[in-house]
Design a protein around this ligand. Sequence first.
Ligand code: SF4
Length: 293
Amino acid sequence: MIVDKIESYLRGEYTPTPEQFALADAMSKERGARELAMFNGFFSGGYDHSKDDDRPTISGSSPFWCVKRLQYGVLRAEKLPVAPRTLWAWYIGRCVESMVQRLVVLTYEDVRWPRLTDGELVEKECSLDTPAGPIKGHVDLVVGVNDKEIPVEVKSSATYGWNKTKREKVVDDMFGHRTQCQFYANAMEAPGAIYISVKKETGHYLELHLDTDPRFAEGIRKVVDEVTTATDMGVTLDRPTWANEMKSPSEFPGMEQVGSVRCSYCSWVNRCHAGVERRTNKRGTPVWLRPKE
Ligand code: SF4
């Protein structure tokens, strides 16, 4: 288990090799610079979505987050500016994930990617062909297990989400985290993937091993094909039924709240749910509300 090695290092029982230190240092410089740019970009005038225009509209997890969301992405529909509170949560999460990736590099003896080539950090890229073109992604880490290359995805979550993952293993996948693992495993033609979940508040780990499911690659191709074909024909997709649930929050009397957490973090929630406005609840979570009819 990767996390056992991290724990052993944290107990002072393991000393990384100079090569492991060199790779972790390179990751600190490269990824640390990216995180700093992200932070500065976020908090000097907000996150600029125009930078997304060069990025692929479809990522490994997006087809399974929501098909309507996928269609907004294919159409490059204008995105909602992300709330500073949400940006802050993303930034913290990203920093935590980055630190854990470096801990893996410092403690696991067979890290294949990223690697240092002539002093430069080189990341592992992979892609999956679909009828709408290849979906590309960068794998956080690739490790050797029994001489096979296995992708590793590191994600951080708050206690609620972490406990849910611990309880339900691969069942709950609200934001497509483990779907992303299937994407990498299929794209790399690896026998499986490793998912490490870190609890942001305490730094506790959870390590799940997934077998590659080839039905994922078929499923992703089918969804992408259906959405792009519908979009080409000018068909506007309906919201999935799970997205129609509205709640009655006691904190905001007279208002109804978009029920789905996926929708609450979606860049098109205000287009998708007419008349909603963003508020922040007592827990600091963004919620979308409109007056009850
Ligand atoms: S708001 Fe919800 S239903 Fe609409 S696109 Fe986003 S995730 Fe899908």
